[in-house]
Design a binder for this molecule. Structure first.
Ligand SMILES: *Cc1c(COP(=O)(O)O)cnc(C)c1O
Length: 225
């Protein structure tokens, strides 16, 4: 199937309130343009420099989501255009994003990455650390970032029960945070739950995801070389 056919399939399958981030990392502009011409406007990348060069080339109404781990010294390259940063896991990083967003007179939406998988390799905060960050005095001073929700990645396994339990865990944290009186993340502005990839998006949606990050199921397998 072609990229546009894959996208059509996703549009038909995804519930209306679930946003699709088309993960285009490693893929050439021609592939992104095929998705763009099929109506896709939200693209996800995991390397800042690659995202920046694609931003230069793609139409300006594309929304760019940084879904990968972020190195603080590279935030400046994406601050002029990035719409959402999915994997924020420290106050230090948030401060850097805020600083660079301010320089560009922008507000950048951010998600806190919560660690739900078993593997040590996955980045992210636990619930207590995330709650502490959200209720800190320092976060209130950051006027150019907006915490709009949470992101998580399940363990890479065929065990659907485990994946489902991990997503449930994140949904519960999301629901608890939504009703807490955090000054920086209140009510309707705390709305995004980013979970689910090509291999597990159905399980994620069944467990309350409203933003899926899908790459290979749209663009085909990636060739890392
Ligand atoms: C690559 C990536 C995805 C998409 O992965 P696929 O399995 O190709 O859908 C989603 N989220 C993150 C954080 C990624 O790095």
């Amino acid at each position: 199937m072609s990229i546009s056919e894959n996208l059509k399939k996703f549009k038909a399958e995804l519930p209306e309130d679930v946003m699709l981030v088309a993960v285009s990392k490693t893929k050439p502009i021609s592939d992104l343009m095929e998705a763009y011409d099929a109506g896709q406007r939200i693209f996800g990348e995991n390397k800042i420099q690659e995202m920046e060069s694609k931003w230069q080339e793609m139409p300006k109404d594309v929304q760019w989501h940084m879904i990968g781990h972020v190195q603080r010294n590279k935030v400046k390259y994406m601050a002029p255009f990035v719409n959402m940063v999915h994997a924020v896991d420290s106050l230090k990083l948030l401060k850097e994003i805020n600083k660079e967003a301010e320089k560009n007179e922008r507000t950048i939406e951010c998600l806190l990455q919560i660690k739900i998988a078993e593997e040590d390799s996955k980045f992210g905060l636990d619930e207590a650390d995330a709650a502490e960050l959200l209720s800190s005095e320092e976060i209130k001073k950051l006027k150019n970032v907006k915490i709009v929700g949470l992101m998580g990645m399940a363990t890479f396994t065929d065990d659907e029960k485990q994946v489902s339990e991990e997503f449930q865990k994140l949904k519960k944290i999301f629901d608890r945070f939504k009703v807490q009186p955090f000054d920086c993340a209140q009510g309707d502005s705390f709305k995004v739950l980013s979970m689910g990839m090509s291999g597990d998006y159905r399980i994620a949606i069944a467990n309350g995801s409203n933003m899926v990050r899908v790459g290979s199921a749209i663009f085909g397998e990636r060739n890392y070389q």
